[in-house]
Design a protein. Structure first.
Length: 127
């Protein structure tokens, strides 16, 4: 991933634009991409002079429902992800994705392995 541009460069491009220079000319003069200069100028016209926060958002919308999720697991230890999603939709009237729930659970150390791994037979092939 590339580095972010400095706020000083952004302010110089915006100052040049306010001074009457086109976005393409300002981009060429300061060595930034044309689409970058256009986006900076458009966001400045909308009142946003500083860049937006980068990176992933922290947390999940499932964090607020942690007690409900853990309660489902404690109530039925052998519950599947599909059953959890279905029950979530029935009781909370909220649709969540199977993968979103899986990722949320895995990040908190919950796994759903039903039985231990069985080693293959060394004496005879398994049919």
């Amino acid at each position: 991933m590339t580095r972010t541009f400095s706020d000083d460069l952004r302010s110089r491009v915006l100052a040049a634009s306010r001074g009457g220079m086109s976005a393409r000319s300002a981009a060429a003069r300061f060595g930034v991409g044309i689409s970058t200069a256009i986006a900076w100028i458009a966001s400045a016209r909308a009142g946003r002079l500083s860049p937006a926060k980068q990176g992933r958002r922290v947390g999940s919308r499932l964090d607020a429902h942690e007690d409900f999720i853990v309660g489902m697991i404690e109530e039925a230890k052998d519950i599947t992800l599909n059953e959890m999603v279905l029950r979530w939709h029935e009781e909370r009237a909220v649709s969540i994705g199977l993968s979103a729930l899986d990722v949320w659970l895995r990040r908190r150390g919950w796994t759903f392995k039903k039985r231990p791994h069985m080693h293959s037979s060394r004496s005879a092939p398994i049919s």
